[in-house]
Ligand binder design. Sequence first.
Ligand SMILES: Cc1ncc(COP(=O)(O)O)c(C=O)c1O
Length: 418
Amino acid sequence: MDKAKKTMKRYAPEWHVPASKMAKNTFNPIRKIVDGMKLTPNPDKEMIALSIGDPTVFGNMAPSEESENAVMKCMQDRKYNGYAPSIGYEKARAAVANYVSTPDTPVTARDVVLASGCSGAIDLAICVLANPGQNILIPRPGFSLYKTLADSLEIESRHYDLLPDRHWEADLDHMESLIDADTAAIVVNSPSNPCGSVYSKGHLQDILAVAERHKVPILSDDVYAHFVFEGHKYHSLASLTDTVPILSCGGLTKRFIVPGWRMGWVVVHDRKGIFDMEVRTGLVNLSQRILGPNTLIQAALEQILTQTPQSYFHKTVSIIQTNADLTYGMLKQIPGLEPVMPFGAMYMMVGIDMPKFPAFNDDLEFTEALVTEESVFCLPAKCFQYPNFFRIVLTLPKDKMAVACERIREFCMRHYQD
Ligand SMILES: Cc1ncc(COP(=O)(O)O)c(C=O)c1O
């Protein structure tokens, strides 16, 4: 049959060029939902977008001077204009290994593959762990990329619930109930988008215990690693296990405030050598499909990671924490809203007591009307597969944040019915 097919001439009187199945299966829910929303701001009020997860857009946060100088120097050196190895320069991978290593979790350049942003790293990690027809467990509410990638690869995504009244900890019973023989990975994200949750050591250990019981590896989305408010402590999953194999996906994007530089990485944490048989080689193979991040940023990586002072990170976190305190304080007073205080990252989720706002059917209609009346745009949590919440970005200048909260208050007072 193959032979017949090979020799069969193509007869095509008309052009017909369909998109691939993969293209048709690729779907970004945020784009789809936002593009479908009626977003007509009130012409009398300046638009305030509390929806954009890009910390560079408001002008109050910039890369560190050290990062900028490192890249400029690499450009002037004229040594980094050619192709790098597909997994990244050895020196850059060693720099990432040093940056993420702790005495309990030592890794080397051999454990690191560079990628185009953390998204590229997550793509590599999902592709290397799961086949079409298998499933991965992902958090709900959660960052939408996991499902977008899984759908396009015909991998099933199964959502495990996060619990708002436990600061968005994972519902472990629910997580465990979703695991079957085809479960290829559990995705964990702490600190998290959209919740701003930061898991305690104990909770991370409980998640590891689930993975251990069922022998399922973890994909840890660590793009917000160390991004925690004062009084909270960041623990990486990898630092808490000797046995569960973990692919940790990270990058410069958030902590170094350079989302456009597209520098991400996958770090293999695997002290028992479980990934040695196939996964390590698989990652290298996959990295060869498309070369990884820009060579100038790779070349500058060691400087960026070692020279950026603690004061730089401190300043960013304190802007966000101040906004979180202010926003939580103001929204908590508003009848019908239930903000959940974040412990890190750059977002806050706010619950809507929908029956108290009978003018709206759901979070989508609520957030649409907030734009129409008050020119404040928050993402409906529908974008994160979660109902009756909206997500606020906390990276704005403080005065804008306060104006936005005040407008949300006026909007709610207008529509609230007890
Ligand atoms: C939880 C999470 N993971 C991954 C990413 C992707 O990061 P990058 O822009 O480096 O691809 C983001 C971006 O917002 C994110 O919020």
